[in-house]
Design a protein around this ligand. Structure first.
Ligand SMILES: Cc1cc2nc3c(=O)[nH]c(=O)nc-3n(C[C@H](O)[C@H](O)[C@H](O)COP(=O)(O)OP(=O)(O)OC[C@H]3O[C@@H](n4cnc5c(N)ncnc54)[C@H](O)[C@@H]3O)c2cc1C
Length: 409
């Protein structure tokens, strides 16, 4: 294999990057990494350049709200592979650098430092960023948001000095982070629009279980409260609740896809995401998208899905990389993720675009399964310590099976 793009480089300009990439990958998360690897595994022999806005080589982002925030792992332990591994695969990585413009008809890209390069194929794997809370004070730089290892390092340093914290938002990242922070001896208040954590996504019964786990960890939940402002990065004011003051405020109010680059290149977006088929191809020749930024068609679902999960980003990236190398791979698995809220693991597989009934079945010792049903069809399953249901549930969801009497509470 020709060795043309072998350096893992930091933000400083590298003359080697100024001409051509057979495969240009924009992003440095799981979709980008698995794309590069799959391209090589499927015989892609061209020059691969991965340009990442992250300052570290691709790492295990889910750890940032869990082990890393609890101080149980360090940055070098969450890296997915070493610089040597990228060199061995002949994958050039440029860190701390962003692609600013894309000319999709001329197949060229310009980086923030002015470097430009032409490409054969380009994969957009720009992921998502925390959604800013649209209220006064939420953009104060001392208010924390969590996505990158840089943001996690800052949050962790604040947690180490704090006695009290407010977490705004009760999604998975909010719940995981709240418990991790509480385990460091900090008194945590969670303020959430929803009455119960993740009630809209997972249903009230699952929300009540999660609320119980938070409470057992000392996290005080203030549900049904709409944040109106954050004063001086320390006091959160919400309708329907007393103001809460704390040493640190973390906002975990969901994410928004990073699709500005695609949008300015004139690429078709829906729901703010790049529309791609089940082979991750956009309508533009030579342009793919994968991961959180993609609105991808799922072959088994028969429709496009909005997905923000680690494993799915890896799967979509692998499909894009294989197809850029001349393969013919499809994204056809039901999307799934695991979340760890303290010692409680939940596993979820679902198409993720709605249900009309959530049926919880309790098992022994606090274990449970929730079946999600739409028009009599199983469209999702959530389990806690019920792995058999999780495995079976994946098959049932992918097959579009009808609900049975055995799934009655
Ligand atoms: C704290 C935390 C915990 C999580 N826990 C879980 C979990 O337990 N389970 C789960 O399934 N999911 C979890 N997730 C979600 C999961 O991490 C994401 O779904 C996944 O990272 C998406 O991967 P991606 O490759 O699409 O994008 P990202 O991982 O977001 O990576 C995007 C990359 O693109 C780069 N980028 C953006 N724009 C540009 C540009 N113009 N030029 C160059 N680079 C650019 C960014 O710097 C970044 O490197 C968690 C997320 C966070 C933040």
């Amino acid at each position: 294999m020709a060795r043309r793009w072998v350096d893992v480089v930091m933000a400083s300009p590298d003359p080697a990057l100024s001409s051509h990439a057979d495969l240009l990958i924009v992003g440095g998360g799981p979709a980008a990494r698995s794309c590069a690897t799959a391209y090589r595994e499927h015989g892609g022999a061209g020059a691969v350049v991965l340009v990442s806005g992250d300052t570290a080589l691709p790492y295990f982002r889910p750890a940032l709200s869990k082990e890393y925030l609890r101080g149980e792992s360090e940055e070098d332990e969450i890296a997915l592979s070493t610089a040597k591994a990228y060199r061995e695969q002949d994958i050039a990585v440029r860190l701390g650098s962003t692609v600013r413009t894309l000319d999709v008809s001329g197949r060229s890209a310009t980086l923030a430092d002015g470097t430009s390069l032409t490409y054969g194929d380009c994969v957009l794997a720009t992921g998502a960023a925390p959604a800013a809370l649209p209220v006064p004070g939420a953009d104060d730089p001392r208010v924390r948001y969590l996505r990158s290892v840089d943001s996690a390092r800052e949050l962790r340093a604040d947690v180490e000095k704090a006695r009290t914290a407010v977490v705004v938002g009760s999604g998975f990242i909010g719940c995981e982070a709240a418990v991790s922070i509480a385990r460091r001896g900090v008194r945590v208040t969670m303020i959430s629009q929803e009455e119960l954590p993740q009630q809209a996504r997972l249903g009230a019964a699952a929300g009540a279980r999660i609320a119980g786990w938070l409470s057992a960890e000392g996290v005080q939940l203030v549900g049904g409260a709409e944040v109106g402002s954050i004063e001086d990065a320390r006091e959160v004011r919400a309708d329907g609740a007393d103001p809460v003051s704390a040493d640190l405020v973390l906002v975990a109010a969901g994410v928004r896809p990073c699709s500005t680059l695609a949008e300015s290149a004139g690429v078709r977006l829906e729901h703010d995401r790049v529309v791609v088929d089940d082979r991750m191809r956009s309508g533009v020749a030579g342009l793919f998208a994968a991961g959180d930024v993609a609105y991808a068609h799922n072959a088994a679902a028969g429709r496009h899905l909005m997905v923000e999960h680690w494993g799915e980003a890896e799967a979509m990236g692998a499909v894009a990389g294989a197809n850029a190398a001349g393969g013919d791979e499809q994204w056809a698995q039901a999307p799934g993720f695991w979340s760890m809220i303290g010692d409680h693991t939940v596993k979820h597989v679902a198409w993720g675009d709605g249900y009309d009934e959530a049926r919880m079945i309790g098992h022994r010792d606090g274990a449970f399964t929730v079946w999600y049903i739409a028009d009599g069809i199983i469209v999702g399953v959530l389990t806690h310590n019920a792995d058999e249901d999780y495995e079976r549930g994946r098959e049932l969801v992918e097959q579009g099976s009808r609900v049975t009497g055995a799934m009655a509470p």
